[in-house]
Design a protein around this ligand. Structure first.
Ligand code: ATP
Length: 236
């Protein structure tokens, strides 16, 4: 579904992603783990078109989309749940969901059905439909960010550090939701610093270090890898 071929991204003279090749196949959960500043968010921004590639190629379903603008990539079925939640704080939960369905806004029935689907997925969002998103708890904001991305009915969901800043019990809930999305057949590319659950839920995974892929394998293989355990799991 998604292929990166020697993708590069730069901020001026600083190369944040230095030639990354990776693949996400239909129905897979692929995890990228990496430390602060490894280039994970930059890579996801490159995939959705928020940052231009400075080299290499990005293919969606085999078609070179390296120069396709962000709004058209939504139409191709790619949606991002951004790091730090990125919800619109001064809009209600409901309004945030509607913004996620911007590209299909003229089809009111479909939008209403999708809102109901997200309220069923995360009943907490239904309870808080009229609350300003900025006043939600961290975990609720994360649910909203995921739901907002799902409102565009993506084929590929990109999740940028969904566990960031959340308590362990809430993280467990979020990962249960990710596993349920996987079981429903959605293709997911997940970026995380907290490797344990992110590798456990992954079919395949990559390690990104200072803009380069240094290791790849199945989620289970990387979970057992001594270097991964030392660097990303806090165990030896
Ligand atoms: P974190 O887990 O801390 O979010 P990350 O792996 O997502 O890290 P990125 O946010 O992609 O890393 O950053 C990669 C590199 O690019 C860092 O050195 C960062 O300082 C730099 N960078 C990111 N955004 C910009 C920007 N808008 N302008 C200049 N440099 C940037």
């Amino acid at each position: 579904m998604l292929t990166l071929d020697s993708a590069e991204l730069a901020y001026g003279a600083i190369k944040a992603v230095k030639g990354v090749s990776l693949e996400v196949r239909t129905g897979e959960v692929v995890t990228i783990i990496g430390a602060n500043g490894a280039g994970k968010s930059t890579l996801l921004k490159g995939i959705v078109g928020l940052e231009p590639l400075s080299g290499g190629k990005l293919l969606i379903n085999g078609v070179d989309c390296s120069r396709v603008p962000a709004h058209r990539r939504v139409g191709l079925g790619v949606a991002l749940s951004p790091e730090g939640r990125g919800v619109f704080p001064d809009q209600t939960v409901y309004e945030n969901l509607l913004l996620g369905a911007f590209s299909i806004r003229s089809d009111a029935d479909r939008v209403a059905r999708l809102v109901e689907r997200e309220y069923k997925r995360f009943p907490r969002l239904k309870e808080r439909a009229q609350q300003m998103a900025g006043t939600l708890s961290g975990g609720e904001q994360q649910m909203l960010a995921i739901s907002r991305a799902l409102m565009s009915e993506p084929k590929l969901l990109l999740l940028d550090e969904p566990s960031l800043g959340l308590a362990p019990l809430i993280i467990a809930d979020i990962f249960k939701s990710i596993a349920a999305l996987r079981d429903s057949g959605l293709t997911i590319l997940l970026v995380e610093q907290m490797a344990n659950q992110a590798l456990a839920v992954a079919d395949r995974a990559y390690v990104l270090e200072t803009g380069l892929i240094t290791l790849q394998g199945t989620g289970a293989q990387l979970l057992k890898d001594p270097a991964v355990r030392a660097a990303y799991l806090g165990t030896h």
